[in-house]
Design a protein around this ligand. Structure first.
Ligand code: MOS
Length: 732
């Protein structure tokens, strides 16, 4: 293999940095109409009166859509149930007079110019019948109800806790966090003759959006094409179709013209988010650091209309050897929009709590935190008692600790200093799933040695274009410049949404199985040539390499693929396949990591800096060591944000986000990001799939916030369990 496993530069890099890559809000059309959204200023109730007359009087305003005059939409839930919709009744923008959350879209102003639509949107008058709302998770804990628990708790955790030699129990808290991708949610919808729509949308799933739009508006799949060639960050926020795509389609159907709608940054805070979650963890241990029991309970927020929940708690029962375990997940309903997936949903929050709790247990046991994790290390998935396809977590601890210099750590809090700074070293384990999905793929090979590889998946910045090109180049034996990748178009072969870190493994498998068929066809053509050196060989006896069909047993027996095709009178070979790697049920499939962090805390001011981080990741074969390292690095940056900066603040009197902008919603900036080292630990795996790929989009964030919190404790002696760890909590 020539390209797999190398730091191949992004094949779309030039397009991105030169601006020729087009994003959803940049596509244009003749006669383009610009939309602006009016949002509700109450959290619950109904619209008593909505008056658009002043807005309509502005020159250049074409129409104002509300629930009273919008185009026909489906009335049942079914049309609105997208591929990843949680249980419940999905939100329907401009459907009726009901208000379900503050910031809900209630009108769409359509105008000849963007500035005109924005101005006119301020003139729409709304009267509400408000009802009492509730947006504070902490006031609804007693109303929380169970959504998830193990089929069978392992052993008797309560009994083991009661008998424990050492026991740690604590409550951890993660506030609401918003995604804040650079690219705002945007849709440009062109209305073509006869009512066919082309929808340029910011999404992680073009076919998901296509089905959704067809379901809502009763349109035929052939009449709706959804395109999303480039995405400026999404992190899970683009898994479900967002409301702007519905509004933009409404506008286009109403005016029979092209409509562009780009949300404002503050409107981005009216979409999904990481739900505020209370995590209660208890661990019972023996004095030698072996575990007797783990219990983990999470209480998270959801909306009144959907039950969004992710796996926060089962990681605690999965990861470490413990005879007794129990976990459960509860939800409290609030008058808010439904939460959504955000990078490593469930694990980023649940494992934060687990890994802080493990650190607190290590302190109680007077054990090194790495040593504690080694003493309860498990080679089997503890929940299902299965071996892993591969698990090089021990090597992650070893390599990470070595690169970090962990051996020089003195265990006592406040024992390490650098001038006026307290120095803290903390670590944590990360774990995520290695998922795979059925994936369609089409390869068109032409006799001039070019291939086009296509699939409806997305590239949300992760590097999908590049890894598809790498895998196809290796499978077809072509230089990467001869491979063109097409994705982000609903008319291409099937793809699930791009999420869950499953895309790389799934699309790589699809490409190699489709390429197998191309190879079979090429061999058949080569064998028809007189005196063919490949006579008698089966398709598994040959490989494609350097533009040739080559016998595995003897490289001298080869036929150029151009000769084979031309001799057979074939100008192009096209194959399309839906591939799904059939997993056995006998293995657990996970990625793992060990993250080590150094913080320096100004003793008098309480200012915390993460000065060094080493993340050692075991995720099977890494297709592209450059883009994969970028994924991990970005994840670590976000973990720093989660630990120290990020928090969506809600004024519960109004049920409204107070810091709905990136000036007051703090994310790490360059000055907050110092030395981040990424290590990929070798993890050969011939069981997870033939190429041994697991995916790296999410593992990098898991555990990072815990490692930072643990480092802050080590530096200061102060255990802060509610994120983010801000100065007031350190000095208070
Ligand atoms: Mo990811 S949160 O599945 O986009």
């Amino acid at each position: 293999m020539t390209y797999i496993g190398t730091p191949t530069p992004r094949v779309d890099g030039r397009a991105k940095v030169t601006g020729s890559a087009q994003y959803a809000g940049e596509f244009t059309a003749p006669d383009l109409v610009y939309g602006s959204v009016v949002t509700s200023t109450i959290a619950k109730g109904r619209i008593a009166r909505i008056d658009a007359s002043q807005a309509l009087a502005v020159e250049g305003v074409l129409d104002v859509l509300t629930h009273e005059n919008r185009p026909k939409m489906a009335s049942g839930d079914k049309g609105y149930n997208d591929e990843v919709a949680p249980t419940g009744s999905p939100f329907r923008p401009l459907f009726d007079d009901k208000i379900k959350f503050n910031g809900q879209p209630i009108a769409l102003v359509l105008a000849e110019e963007w500035e005109i639509s924005r101005f006119a949107a301020t003139l729409v008058q709304v009267d509400y019948d408000a009802e009492t709302h509730s947006t504070d998770l902490h006031t609804r804990i007693d109303k929380a109800y169970m959504v998830e628990k193990p089929d069978k708790p392992r052993g008797n955790a309560a009994k083991a806790h009661a008998a424990a030699a050492v026991r740690h129990e604590a409550e951890y808290y993660i506030p609401i966090e918003h995604h804040n991708p650079m690219e705002l949610f945007a849709s440009t919808v062109t209305w073509n003759d006869g009512g066919k729509l082309t929808v340029f949308d910011k999404t992680q799933g073009v076919q998901n959006v296509q089905r959704y739009i067809c379901g809502i508006f009763g349109l035929k799949p052939d009449d709706v094409r959804v395109m999303s060639p480039f995405v400026g960050g999404a992190f899970g926020s683009g898994l479900r179709p967002q409301y702007q795509v519905v509004l933009a389609v409404q506008g286009a159907l109403q005016l029979k013209r092209a409509v562009r709608l780009v949300l404002t940054r503050d409107q981005m805070y009216g979409l999904g988010y990481r739900p505020a979650t209370i995590e209660r963890v208890a661990i019972a241990a023996r004095n030698d650091g072996t575990l007797d029991a783990i219990t983990h309970e999470a209480i998270a927020m959801t909306s009144q209309y959907e039950e969004f929940s992710r796996n926060d708690t089962s990681w605690s029962a999965l990861l470490y050897k413990s005879a007794n375990a129990k976990y459960e997940h509860k939800l409290a309903r609030l008058d808010v929009p439904t939460p959504s997936d955000m990078r490593a949903p469930g694990a980023a929050t649940g494992v934060y709590a687990l890994e802080c709790a493990m650190d607190e247990l290590a302190v109680a046991l007077k054990l090194d935190p790495v040593e504690l994790r080694l003493r309860c290390y498990s080679d089997r998935d503890q929940n299902n008692d299965l071996p892993y396809t591969s698990k090089q977590l021990k090597e992650c601890y070893r390599k990470g600790a070595e690169a970090f210099g962990w051996a020089k750590r003195t265990p006592e809090p406040r024992s390490m200093r650098d001038g006026t700074d307290l120095v803290g070293w903390g670590m944590a384990t990360g774990v995520w799933e290695a998922l795979q999905m059925p994936m369609g793929n089409r390869i068109v090979l032409t006799a001039n040695g070019h291939a086009e590889v296509s699939c409806a998946t997305s590239d949300i910045g992760t590097g999908t274009y590049t890894i598809m090109a790498q895998v196809a180049s290796d499978a077809l034996g072509l230089p990467i410049d001869n491979v063109t990748v097409k994705l982000g178009d609903s008319s291409l072969p099937h793809s699930q949404v791009e999420g869950g870190s499953w895309t790389a493994a799934s699309v790589a498998y699809a490409i190699t199985t489709t390429a197998d068929e191309i190879r079979r066809e090429l061999l058949a053509l080569a064998q028809k040539m007189p005196g063919s050196p490949l006579a008698g060989l089966k398709h598994d006896d040959v490989v494609l390499s350097d533009g040739m069909i080559v016998a595995k047993a003897a490289a001298s027996r080869s036929v150029p693929l151009a000769d084979a095709m031309r001799h057979g009178g074939v100008e192009r070979i096209e194959r399309e396949k839906l591939s799904e790697f059939k997993e056995d049920n006998k293995h657990a499939r996970n990625t793992h990591s060990a993250i080590f962090v150094e913080v320096k805390v100004d003793e008098q001011l309480g200012v915390i800096r993460v000065t060094r981080a080493v993340n050692a990741v075991a995720a099977g074969r890494i297709i592209n060591t450059k883009t994969a390292a970028s994924q991990i690095m970005g994840s670590v940056v976000w973990g720093i944000g989660m630990a120290l900066h990020e928090e969506t603040l809600v004024d519960h009197a109004f049920g409204r986000v107070m810091n709905a902008n990136i000036a007051e919603y703090h994310v790490p900036v360059n000055a907050d990001v110092h030395d981040i080292k990424v290590i990929f630990v070798e993890e050969p795996d011939s069981t997870v799939n033939p190429l041994g790929i697991k995916g790296v989009g999410e593992i990098g964030i898991v555990g990072v916030a815990a490692a930072v919190a643990n480092a802050v404790y080590h530096a200061t002696g102060k255990r802060v369990r509610d994120l983010p760890i801000t100065i007031d909590k350190i000095l208070g």
